[in-house]
Design a protein around this ligand. Structure first.
Ligand code: ADP
Length: 541
C-alpha cells in the first residue's frame, strides 16, 4: 500500500546526485515525499528543519560524515526518534571489532538503526524503508540482539550432554547434541556450528579421529576437548591436532559458558582479522600492479618522446641540408640571369628580356624559400648565431623602407614614416633586425590593395623601443589572429587573395625578436587593416 505523502517523508543525504535521483524516484513512486542533500552540513540542517520520518545517509560525506551526523541525531532528544539508515562503503562486520577495541568512530557508526553495505540496489533499500514504516524490525539491525551462536556437543555420556545442553541454552546458546562421533560429523555438516565440544573417548569413533575430520573440514573451527581425569596426555595430543582448549571431567558447569563464549569470540576476531588482512593484501597487490602499469606507461612515453625528439632533430637536419644545397645552384642561376639581363654578353630582345625577368623573379622566390627554411631549422636547432651591436632603431627602419620602396611604388601605396626625433638605441643583430622589419613591411605591401597606405612609427614607450607597421589592407580574420605566428599558417583570406607566401615569415620574425628579448603582437580588423608592433629593450642614451 503506498505511503501517505505528508506522513512519510524521507531525507536522502547522498554524495552522488545520480544515485540520489534513482532512489528518490523509486521512493516517490511508492508514495513517499523525498528531500535530498548532497553533503553532511546541508544534510544535518535539513534534518533539523524538516524532521523527516526517516533519513538515509552515506556513511562518508563531504563536509561532515554520515556516521558523525548519526551520532549527533541520536544524542539530540528532538531528533533521536528519526530512524537512520547508513550506507557504508566497507564491510559492516569489519566495524564491530573496532567498537570492542573502544574506538569512538565505530560507536558512531553503529548508532545507526541500520547499516547497509554499498552498493545497495533500489529494491533492497525500498524493502528496508517499508519495514521501518510498518514498524517491523529491519533485518539485520546491528543494534538488536545478535543471532544465537550454535554449539555442537558430541559425547556418548548422556548425563554430561544433558547438563551441558541446559547450561549452555540458559546462557543463550543454541545447542545441538550428538551421542556418537558419526552423528556429530553429520550434524556438523548440516548446522555449521560456531563451536564444537568433543568427548575424547567414545564408543564408535575415537575423539581424536573426529577432531581430525572436523579440522580437515573447517580448520578455523574452535573445538573444546573433554577428557576424563587421568588421560591428560590424550588432551595434549588433541591440542597438537588443533583443539582450542580442553576441560577435564567432571566439568565445572558454571564455567563452561564463559569458556565457550571466549573461544567463539576469539575465533570470530581471528576470522575478521584474516578477512581484513586478506582485503589489505588484495588492495596492496592491486596498488602494486597499478604502480607497475604506470611505470611501464611512463617508460613507453619516455621512449616515444625520445623517438619523437630524434625524428624532429633528423627532420631539422634534413631541411637544413636540403635548403643549403638548393641555395648554391639557385644563386648561381640568379647571377647568370642577371648577367644576361645586363647584356654583358651582347644585346637581348624585348621578349627575351621579359622571359629572363620571369626566370629571375622565380629564382629569387626560390632563394627566399630556401633562406626561410634554413632560418627556421637553425632557430629550431638553437644554432642561430647573432652578432649584436648598439644600433639606432630609426636607421634600421630607414634601411628597410628604402629597400622595399620600389615594391610600394609599383603598387601605388602611400608610405608614411613617423619616427621619434631622439635616437632609440637598441642592442641588436643588424641583418636580423632588418630582416624582421622587411618581413613586416613586405607583408603590409603584399596584403594591402593598390592605392592603400602603410604607416611606420618608431617611438619610446616605458623603457621600451616600439616599431609599429600599420596598413589599410585586407586585415586578418579574428579566428586566425592567434595562429599567424605558427609555422606555415596562412589566414583564410590571404590564401583566397592568391598572393604568394609560405607562412614562415612571421614565425621567423617572432623568434628573432624574442632572441632580442623583445616581443611582437598584432591587432587587426577584417577588411580595414592590421597593425604589427615590435617591442625591444631600449638602451640608455
Ligand atoms: P606569408 O606572408 O609568406 O604567408 P607570414 O608568416 O609572413 O607568411 O604571414 C602569415 C600570414 O599572416 C599570412 O599568410 C597572412 O595570412 C597573415 N598576414 C601577415 N601580415 C599581414 C598583413 N599585413 N595583413 C593581412 N594579413 C597578414
Amino acid at each position: 500500500m503506498p505511503a501517505q505523502e505528508a506522513e512519510y517523508s524521507i531525507l536522502l543525504v547522498l554524495e552522488d546526485p545520480t544515485q540520489a535521483s534513482i532512489y528518490a524516484q523509486a521512493l516517490q513512486r511508492q508514495g513517499y515525499r523525498v528531500w535530498t542533500a548532497y553533503d553532511g552540513e546541508e544534510g544535518l540542517a535539513k534534518l533539523r528543519t524538516l524532521k523527516p520520518f526517516l533519513a538515509v545517509l552515506d556513511a562518508l560525506l563531504p563536509k561532515r560524515d554520515g556516521f558523525v551526523i548519526c551520532e549527533h541525531v541520536k544524542a539530540d532528544p528532538a531528533l533521536a526518534g528519526i530512524p537512520i539508515i547508513l550506507l557504508s562503503p566497507f564491510d559492516v562486520e569489519a566495524v564491530k571489532p573496532l567498537r570492542e577495541n573502544g574506538l569512538g568512530l565505530a560507536d558512531a557508526f553503529l548508532s545507526a538503526d541500520l547499516v547497509l553495505q554499498k552498493p545497495v540496489p533500489v529494491e533492497r533499500l525500498l524493502e528496508f524503508v517499508e519495514r521501518i514504516r510498518e514498524g517491523r524490525p529491519a533485518v539485520p539491525p546491528l543494534t538488536a540482539e545478535e543471532p544465537k551462536q550454535t554449539v555442537l556437543l558430541i559425547d556418548d555420556d548422556r548425563l554430561n550432554i544433558k547438563l551441558l545442553e541446559v547450561t549452555l541454552t540458559d546462557a543463550g546458546f543454541r545447542v545441538m547434541t550428538a551421542l556418537t562421533g558419526k552423528e556429530g560429523l553429520r550434524l556438523f555438516e548440516q548446522e555449521q556450528p560456531d563451536l564444537v565440544m568433543l568427548d575424547i573417548l567414545m564408543s564408535d569413533l575415537h575423539g581424536l579421529s573426529v577432531l581430525t575430520s572436523l579440522k580437515r573440514r573447517a580448520p578455523a573451527l574452535p573445538v573444546i576437548i573433554m577428557t576424563a581425569h587421568g588421560s591428560e596426555e590424550m588432551a595434549v595430543e588433541a591440542m597438537k591436532l588443533g583443539a582450542s582448549d580442553y576441560l577435564v571431567k567432571p566439568l565445572h558447569y558454571q564455567r563452561v559458558a564463559a569458556v565457550v563464549r571466549e573461544h567463539i569470540e576469539k575465533s570470530r576476531l581471528r576470522a575478521t582479522e584474516e578477512r581484513l588482512t586478506h582485503q589489505l593484501r588484495e588492495s596492496s597487490l592491486q596498488l602494486m600492479r597499478r604502480v607497475a602499469e604506470l611505470e611501464l606507461a611512463r617508460r613507453k612515453l619516455e621512449q616515444a618522446h625520445a623517438e619523437l625528439e630524434e625524428a624532429g632533430r633528423l627532420k631539422t637536419e634534413f631541411i637544413s641540408m636540403v635548403s643549403h644545397e638548393l641555395r648554391t645552384p639557385l644563386t648561381n642561376i640568379q647571377g647568370y640571369v642577371e648577367l644576361l639581363l645586363d647584356e654583358a654578353d651582347g644585346p637581348i630582345n624585348d621578349t627575351q628580356r621579359e622571359y629572363l625577368e620571369i626566370v629571375l623573379d622565380n629564382c629569387k622566390r626560390l632563394i627566399a624559400i630556401a633562406n626561410d627554411l634554413l632560418d627556421i631549422s637553425r632557430i629550431e636547432a638553437g644554432n642561430l648565431r647573432l652578432n649584436k651591436t648598439r644600433l639606432r632603431l630609426q636607421e634600421l627602419v630607414d634601411e628597410a623602407v628604402r629597400s622595399l620602396h620600389p615594391q610600394f611604388q609599383a603598387k601605388n601605396l602611400q608610405l608614411t614614416l613617423d619616427l621619434a626625433p631622439q635616437p632609440l638605441w637598441i642592442w641588436a643583430d643588424r641583418e636580423r633586425m632588418i630582416q624582421v622589419l622587411n618581413n613586416l613591411l613586405s607583408n603590409a605591401c603584399k596584403y594591402t590593395p593598390a592605392g592603400g597606405s602603410v604607416t611606420v612609427r618608431a617611438f619610446p614607450d616605458n623603457g621600451r623601443a616600439l616599431v609599429e607597421v600599420s596598413d589599410t589592407g585586407i586585415g586578418i580574420p579574428e579566428q586566425d589572429l592567434e595562429r599567424i605566428f605558427e609555422k606555415f599558417y596562412r589566414a583564410e583570406n590571404s590564401r583566397q587573395e592568391a598572393t604568394y607566401g609560405t607562412g614562415l615569415g612571421l614565425p621567423i620574425a617572432k623568434s628573432l625578436v624574442e632572441l632580442h628579448d623583445g616581443s611582437i603582437s598584432v591587432t587587426s580588423k577584417l577588411g580595414k587593416g592590421s597593425t604589427f608592433t615590435v617591442q625591444l629593450p631600449l638602451l640608455e642614451g
